[in-house]
Write a protein that binds this ligand. Structure first.
Ligand code: PLP
Length: 415
């Protein structure tokens, strides 16, 4: 893609040509932002060139992505994105909000937001003719990579903590990836993956390491723009987006997506972005509260396994996403996260803990008066509840078991 002109380090600002670097800044290890030639894109495309496309998946945004069309028609690689937004009146009433949407990323092919990043990564891998893609994952990034790789016959290797929920491990295995469970946490899997990639020449997809993951995740912002913002009035308050945060890469991707649209001149007001972390995994929130960008590692223990991270790898950009957009960070208890699963379930949306975290964050933001009645709000459910049944069952009362007779039913129903 000719408009992809290079990378810029998010810490020192050094710029690199597309073929000069692969992962992070060689000078200081900072995350690299992909640079696009916005003037060229402006010249070549009108809004309608995107909005009128007969392509429901994230590939409708190809003119704004730094990769070529990877092919793979009629496979899951063409199916990521295009997820629905719901506007449940029950929740609006309960929260006293005039405008509320839930964007359900659980509807992606491997059932999480991560399909966006992995699709773009597979496209990039094909361009650079990478034989094997490797990633560390709490489960979802790996499932997404395994799924997209399987779709087009790409080889993938996934390192995950042995404590990953069984459904996520099952996905990895069923999609035919080489799966290696690490007797350690996500952070240890992350470090091993980088070493292994260097040693064996594998292409590393690690979140907050490979600059292309953000480019996939920004398509979530493009969809919110098309599905919601383009239908809003100019004098509406800015949209407020709630998203859960682990490494900080999804939130950075959303921010990048809105900045891209703004630079091209297709978006007037950048939405306010609210990052939500568990109190038991709050390294990025801590930096936000301290008023700096220094990410101090913690020992994460939250039940929301997808966002359980000791040392977030995209923390600086994660802090900036909230700070530069007039958003904030919010921390919630694991109890509120579990409760959020059944609250979303009551309107037909099944979230894994990392998904309900964002909803719990919205409730807390309302309690803290950070959000009021007239703020338009989008909550992103980043992952499907089927991925972690154990946590889902903690959010509900168990079903009764009765004898299969009308009498015992009557007894149970007290009729
Ligand atoms: C379902 C879900 N939600 C949220 C996140 C957090 O994303 P990030 O680590 O980019 O902050 C993840 C990451 O694995 C995830 O799988």
């Amino acid at each position: 893609m000719k408009e992809f002109t290079g990378y810029r380090c998010s810490l020192c600002g050094t710029e690199y040509l597309p073929d000069q670097v692969t992962y992070t800044c060689p000078k200081d290890g900072g995350n690299l932002d992909v640079i696009l030639d916005y003037e060229e894109i402006k010249k070549k495309y009108q809004i309608e060139d995107i909005t009128s496309r007969d392509e429901p998946s994230l590939w409708r945004y190809l003119p704004l992505l730094p990769v070529k069309d990877p092919g793979g028609e009629s496979t899951p690689l063409r199916m990521a994105g295009g997820t629905p937004v719901y506007s449940p009146s029950v929740l609006k009433k309960e929260l006293n909000l005039n405008q509320l949407w839930i964007k359900d990323e659980g509807r992606n092919p491997s059932a999480s937001f991560k399909d966006r990043a992995s699709s773009i990564l597979v496209a990039r891998a094909r361009e650079i003719k990478a034989e094997i893609i490797v990633t560390a994952s709490t489960g979802n990034a790996g499932a997404a990579l395994a799924c997209m790789s399987a779709a087009v016959g790409q080889k993938s290797v996934i390192f995950a903590p042995k404590s990953a929920p069984p459904a996520k491990v099952a996905q990895l295995l069923v999609f035919g990836a080489q799966v290696i469970l690490v007797d350690g946490n996500y952070d240890s899997a992350f470090d091993l993956t980088i070493e292994a990639a260097q040693e064996f020449g594998w292409y590393c997809r690690n979140t907050g390491f490979n600059p292309f993951t953000v480019e996939g995740k920004k398509t979530g912002a493009f969809e919110i723009w098309e599905q919601i913002i383009l239908n809003m009035n100019d004098d509406d308050k800015p949209l407020c987006i709630f998203v859960s945060v682990g490494d900080g890469n999804i939130i950075s991707g959303l921010h990048k997506g809105f900045k891209d649209l703004h630079q091209i001149g297709w978006l007037k007001k950048i939405p306010r972005i609210f990052g939500v972390q568990s109190e038991k995994s709050a390294a990025i929130a801590n930096a936000f509260f301290a008023g700096n960008e220094t990410i101090v590692p913690i020992s994460a223990t939250t039940i929301a396994d997808s966002i359980s991270v000791d040392l977030p790898r995209d923390g600086v950009r994660g802090v900036r996403a909230a700070r530069e957009t007039g958003g904030a960070y919010i921390t919630v208890t694991d109890e509120a996260i579990i409760k959020g699963i059944s609250q979303l379930g009551k309107v037909g949306i099944f979230a894994e803990p990392a998904g309900s975290t964002a909803y719990a964050g919205l409730q807390k933001a309302i309690e803290m008066s950070l959000i009021s009645e007239n703020d338009p709000v989008v909550v992103i459910n980043t992952g499907n509840g089927l991925k972690d049944i154990k946590s889902a069952m903690q959010s509900v009362n168990p079903a009764p078991v009765i004898e299969p007779t009308l009498n015992s039913l009557k007894k149970y129903l007290k009729l």
